[in-house]
Ligand binder design. Structure first.
Ligand code: MN
Length: 501
């Protein structure tokens, strides 16, 4: 459902007229070659568009305005092949509303020792031309990513690709509609927030609905549609015997299918990319949407439980960043601890809504009581999660600003089977250990709800936060509690000053 090929990165080269037309022609040829190489790179998921070499303030300003108004353009990669006096860039950069990455590279990989002369030196001077551009970007305090390295190198292209994914998630969030069925879970603090400031800062818009609005769509699902979806479930999952057609609890599965159809149709009709619900507010729904939320997440929708629209938006952003990568992305919650001699672990899960994109093996489709919410037993997918390095990320409204915190975790198999646990789950060792990870997370005010992924990395999240202009905090193998607390205090000051009035 998410197509990153609809997006473009513009490859923009700066120069000036000092060197004559011949040099500028060569600069353009080199830039075309680099743009084509980035466009062909497996790391870069979008189109890469070469733009004519910029040599005047007017051309730079026009290019920036054109980027702003071109929907498909999600960001610029800038490079100064020669020296491009940076006062020329002030007007354009002042107006630029799209993210940019400063690529500090050079056309030729090595110095041609035997033939190098001043013509070569004048053509290949990004070593200082890019520093001039860096100065004006820093002088204007512009958020951007700087990538250093030869453009043909795998690592250079990888770093660019990570940023491009973050830029796509940013573009996707601008004007994104999130559907919120019901309100916040009563009295919960961290899932609340200022939706107006979220729209100003992060670009998305949260639309509130009564559950009755959704129920109308659920009731409109036809028996034929339900039959077809039941067949899909039978094909894709290990369906519990009691849920199969003709069995005792098959009606629960039909209710689940009807909910999925209604929810999907509602989201499609309103052009929503993400949604929330809450078990406290299910008027007219037979069961809490478990299976439906799981399958919609799999298809790229953001989701947050208990009215958590910030996490829903974050899960969607991570889904966008993850397109075409192998690991999954899910809504997640730190649920229960395992303090043990082999390391203190976290059992992550939720009441129902974990995305099957992180599952290992074929999920089981089962029905069990929910024990809260006072509704019929909801159907849900039950599975263990893939092993490997993952990340949990959480976004909080700190009052006037946003904070994104991430923790790197190592997902392990469970110590023993969990035959009585009727929900999908993941077991992990947080880095550097639970003692430090949980303490720093708590000092940061990190939420219990997170976006979880194996292939969206802290680097993606950092780039996203940089584009958004929000705080990013990483908890990993290098984290120390005291240093982390200092960072929190310094950042409070920085963001307070940076926000101004
Ligand atoms: Mn929850």
């Amino acid at each position: 459902m998410i197509d990153l090929k609809q997006y473009e990165i513009w490859f923009v080269t700066g120069s000036q007229h000092l060197y004559g037309p011949k040099t500028l022609e060569t600069v353009a040829e080199h830039s075309k070659e680099i743009a084509a190489a980035l466009g062909a790179s497996a790391h870069v998921p979008t189109q890469v568009v070469f733009k004519p070499v910029l040599t005047t303030p007017d051309a730079i300003r026009d290019l920036c305005l054109e980027a702003n108004s071109t929907k498909a353009c999600v960001g610029l990669v800038t490079w100064m092949h020669t020296f491009s006096p940076a006062k020329m860039w002030i007007a354009g950069l002042s107006l630029l509303k799209k993210p940019f990455l400063h690529l500090h590279t050079q056309y030729g990989r090595e110095i041609p020792w035997a033939t190098i002369d001043m013509d070569f030196m004048n053509l290949n001077q990004s070593a200082h031309g890019d520093r001039e551009f860096g100065f004006i970007s820093s002088r204007m305090r512009l958020n951007r990513k700087v990538v250093v390295g030869h453009w043909g190198d795998n690592e250079t292209q990888r770093e660019i690709g990570v940023w491009v994914r973050a830029a796509c998630a940013w573009a996707d969030a601008q004007g994104m509609k999130i559907a919120r069925f019901g309100d916040n879970m009563r009295d919960v603090a961290v899932t609340e927030g200022d939706k107006v400031s979220a729209q100003i800062r992060l670009g998305y818009d949260v639309y509130g609905y009564g559950v009755g609005d959704l129920v109308k769509f659920v009731n409109e699902a036809s028996d034929a549609e339900v039959d077809k979806l039941i067949q899909t479930y039978m094909d894709e999952y290990d369906v519990a015997a009691e849920l199969r057609p003709g069995s005792a609890k098959h009606s629960s599965l039909r209710d689940g299918a009807r909910t999925e159809i209604g929810l999907r149709n509602f989201l499609t009709a309103g052009n929503f990319k993400a949604f929330t619900d809450t078990f406290e507010d299910l008027h007219g729904l037979v069961q809490l949407p478990g299976l439906a939320a799981q399958r919609l997440m799999r298809d790229g929708y953001g989701f947050g439980a208990e009215g958590d629209w910030k996490t829903s938006a974050l899960v969607r952003a991570m889904k966008v960043m993850n397109v075409g990568q192998t690991g999954g992305v899910s809504f997640m919650e730190d649920y229960t601890y395992h303090f043990s001699a082999t390391g203190d672990k976290v059992l992550g899960a939720h009441m129902l809504e974990i995305c099957e994109s992180i599952a290992v093996g074929k999920p089981k489709l089962e029905v069990h009581p929910l024990s809260i919410g006072g509704k019929a037993d909801p159907v849900r997918l039950v599975f263990d999660s893939q092993r490997g390095v993952g990340v949990c990320a959480s976004i909080m409204d700190m009052g006037g600003r946003y904070r994104l915190v991430a923790n790197v975790v190592d997902v392990l198999p469970t110590d023993e089977p969990l035959p009585k646990l009727p929900v999908a789950r993941a077991l992990w060792l947080p880095r550097p250990n639970l003692k430090v990870a949980a303490a720093t997370w708590i000092f940061a005010g990190g939420a219990h709800h997170t976006g979880f992924s194996y292939s969206v990395t802290p680097e993606h999240l950092r780039d996203f936060a940089e584009i958004a202009g929000i705080e990013f905090l990483l908890i990993d193998e290098n984290t120390k509690v005291d240093e982390f607390k200092d960072k929190l205090r310094w950042n409070d000051l920085y963001y307070h000053l940076n926000n101004g009035l």
